[in-house]
Design a protein around this ligand. Structure first.
Ligand SMILES: [Zn+2]
Length: 340
């Protein structure tokens, strides 16, 4: 679980322009004019009033809006939330309501749109991911999520709805609710799970950073030494280094469980084996000798080169959040463990 760069002001402006071009205010007015139920009229008026925050507000803002709807439009909130699971919900009424909300915050249209905006930019899901430039899935850091669009073919990351769009259709096209990620994390694992900031890491806000680390866990009956690892008698584990921070630890365990990270990383042992073999050659003594050479700036640089962690902004940063290298956080933590 890694953090990704937040959308720039330009991206937010493009996103808003797209909905202005679709005449979102007129769509709201039309929806309001069709309602007979005062509660629904008030609800659409509320959404219209908060449309900018809904479209480009930060995750904390979206959670506040969600809380407000739950408190002040509780019947609507529950109706939409339970539509697919509770048989006592009036399906006709709330499905109709959901359809109307979705026709305004229209994700289906957005996902295929290529709407021309100013500055020669075309907006829609492709336009967005092309500007966000998220190259690696933030949930698993295991798959590339590059964007290509040409005459002969196209590919882009899928967009996961952090807050489930079926239960909360008003967040279907909220910029901060659209997380570029890989198909496996989105479709196979997360599905329609309704994430919240309390229970889950939000890639636009936080990842594990250095507060949780992957490590090599010797198989049962084997010692915690290099021999066990060399024989492949280990699996990948994760531990929170903030055991007193219950909320953080809970989110670490839940992301590992939902996205099956350690289980999947066990299939990538070949990369870990490379690091193990490097650690056999580059012992602490050897690294110290190398560090004395003029071409290196010290033992830290030697270790960073060996583990493949890049030099950033003229200083050697702990780049476990690096966005361009698959498995970076895993390999970073394991190489630290191995002393390289
Ligand atoms: Zn993924």
């Amino acid at each position: 679980m890694i953090r990704i760069k937040t959308p720039t002001k330009r991206i937010k402006d493009f996103h808003l322009s797209y909905f202005q071009k679709r005449e979102i205010d007129k769509q709201f007015d039309f929806a309001i004019s069709r309602q007979t139920n005062q509660e629904f009229i008030d609800f659409f008026s509320f959404l219209k009033e908060r449309k900018t925050s809904i479209l480009i507000g930060k995750p904390q803002k979206l959670e506040k809006i969600k809380g407000y709807i739950k408190k002040n439009f509780n019947e609507i909130y529950r109706g939409l939330f339970n539509l697919n699971t509770d048989e006592s919900i009036n399906t006709e009424v709330f499905k109709g309501l959901r359809d109307e909300i979705e026709s305004i915050f229209d994700y289906k249209a957005f996902s295929v749109a290529s709407t021309p905006l100013t500055q020669g930019v075309k907006w829609g899901a492709y336009g967005l991911v092309n500007k966000l430039k998220v190259q690696i899935c933030p949930y698993c850091q295991r798959s590339f999520t590059s964007t290509i669009k040409g005459a002969g073919g196209k590919t882009r990351p899928v967009l996961d709805h952090f807050i489930d769009k079926a239960k909360h259709p008003y967040f279907s096209v909220s910029l901060y609710n659209l997380i570029p990620c890989c198909v496996v994390c989105n479709s196979s694992f997360k599905g329609s799970k309704d994430f919240s900031l309390r229970n889950n890491f939000h890639p636009y806000i936080n990842g594990y950073q250095e507060k949780a680390v992957f490590y090599l866990k010797p198989s049962q009956g084997f010692d915690e030494d290099l021999t066990s690892i060399l024989n492949g008698k280990y699996s990948v584990g994760i531990k929170s280094l903030e055991s007193n921070n219950k909320s953080f630890t809970r989110r670490v365990l839940s992301s590992n469980e939902i996205f099956h990270l350690c289980e999947l990383y066990d299939f990538n042992k070949i990369y870990i084996d490379d690091l193990v073999n490097q650690s056999r050659i580059y012992t602490p003594e050897f690294i110290n000798e190398l560090a004395k050479m003029d071409i290196f700036e010290g033992d830290l640089e030697v270790r960073l080169i060996l583990s493949g962690i890049k030099k950033t902004n003229e200083s050697y940063l702990y780049t476990s959040n690096d966005n361009y290298r698959v498995l970076n956080k895993l390999l970073h933590d394991i190489s630290n463990d191995l002393g390289i």
